[in-house]
Design a protein around this ligand. Structure first.
Ligand SMILES: Cc1ncc(COP(=O)(O)O)c(C=O)c1O
Length: 378
């Protein structure tokens, strides 16, 4: 089977450096908040251009820290897309606020601004306080932040950029991480910049928010951790995980370029077979996933089974949008139906994507998908 993602080739490149760093940590013994944490945070800031990078335990806690820092509670509305991983919305009811699900743009899979506006009207009709917007950089492509932020500002709302899948993507000359009041990311191993376990980070350009986030990460600490000035959590990243991420971050710019080459080869090879992802002018994707749209009405389960027969793995992100999930369907959606989300959920298919995908393996993926979708007549 062709690997869906290949972490082994990358590990081979950096294994000895990581082991050396692990030895240094075993020697200095600062397993919690060791010097590697500071080094990683500096590297993350330098890479994405945010003023502050604050590492944390995972991408879900990063979102929770962000919402806690910006503030939201019962009676507040927070708008987010339905077509995303559950973590984006999960943290909203965790703080007592109401999620309002918004539709996506049918081309980019990211938040549709007109639907956001409908969601705002709905929140007002329901008597909720307009609090914030969480935009998602799905599959590695930045959301369209300029109109999202402008719309949020008109209503006095903050904007969180959930860049778990898109950290470092380009949006109009900036990198994600530096966009929004707070940006968040995940270092889950399968992410474009992933560690060897759970991890995440929160980013902001605001000094005061940075101080609050650092405090929240360690039980709401004040001058030290036994001085508690607010309700917080244990949201720290392990020193060992930071060591892995420092070495992976060093490869990241090169790996983004390699992912782009893979994406270009897919776009050329699958032209006319499926709808391939579109990267609008002024954007650069980090290609967390290479997600194609199958022709309408295609039996996706059969396609996946036939690909598997040809040793080609595939995945579906996401088969059920959040507004249709058992845990979330009682929360409001911007409009009666989220038409683009509902139309795309049955059509999406993600293909193997990683920086080290060989041309031979990729040709095999392309040939298999062509064969499956346009079988030669008997
Ligand atoms: C869009 C999005 N948000 C948040 C998360 C949560 O990240 P983590 O798994 O590190 O908690 C993920 C990760 O899967 C994600 O894809």
């Amino acid at each position: 089977m062709i690997p869906f993602i290949d972490l082994a080739t990358q590990q081979h490149r950096i294994r000895s450096k990581i082991l050396k760093r692990f030895e240094a940590i075993l020697d200095h013994g600062q397993y919690i908040m060791g010097p590697e944490i500071v080094e990683l945070e500096q590297g993350l800031q330098d890479f994405c251009g945010a003023k502050h990078a604050i590492s944390c335990s995972n991408g879900t806690d990063a979102l929770l820290l962000a919402v806690m820092a910006l503030g939201a509670s019962e009676g507040d509305a927070i708008l987010c897309p339905s077509f995303t991983f559950a973590a984006t919305a999960e943290i909203i009811p965790c703080v007592g606020a109401t999620p309002i699900f918004v539709d996506i743009d049918p081309v980019t899979f990211n938040m549709d601004v007109d639907s956001l506006k409908s969601g705002i009207v709905l929140a007002q009709e329901k008597g909720l306080n307009l609090k914030g917007v969480i935009a998602v950089d799905l599959f590695g492509l930045a959301a369209d932040y300029d109109p999202i932020i402008a719309t949020a500002r008109e209503h006095g709302m903050w904007v969180i950029s959930d860049s778990a899948q898109g950290f470092g993507a380009i949006y109009k000359g900036k990198r994600t991480g530096s966009i929004g009041d707070i940006a968040t990311t995940s270092f889950f191993p399968a992410k474009p910049l992933g560690g060897y376990g759970d991890g995440g980070a929160v980013f902001t350009n605001d000094d005061e928010l940075a101080n609050i986030l650092k405090s929240l990460r360690v039980h709401g600490q004040g001058t030290d951790k036994y001085d508690n000035v607010r309700i917080g959590m244990n949201g720290r990243l392990d020193t060992l995980q930071a060591a892995v991420l420092i070495e992976k971050l060093a490869l990241y710019p090169e790996e983004i370029d390699l992912r782009q080459k893979v994406a270009d080869r897919y776009a050329a090879g699958l032209n006319g077979v499926v709808e391939t992802p579109v990267v609008p002018e002024g954007y650069g994707s980090v290609w967390a996933q290479y997600t194609v749209k199958l022709p309408e009405g295609t039996d996706r389960t059969a396609v996946q089974a036939a690909l598997k027969e040809a040793n080609v793995p595939s995945a579906v992100y996401y088969p059920i949008p959040l507004h249709q999930q058992t845990a979330y369907k009682h929360w409001p959606s911007a409009t009666a139906s989220l038409a683009n989300t509902e139309a795309l959920a049955p059509r999406v298919l993600s293909l193997p994507m990683h920086p080290y995908l060989s041309e031979d393996d990729q040709n095999q993926v392309i040939a298999a998908l062509k064969r499956v979708l346009a079988p030669v007549p008997a």
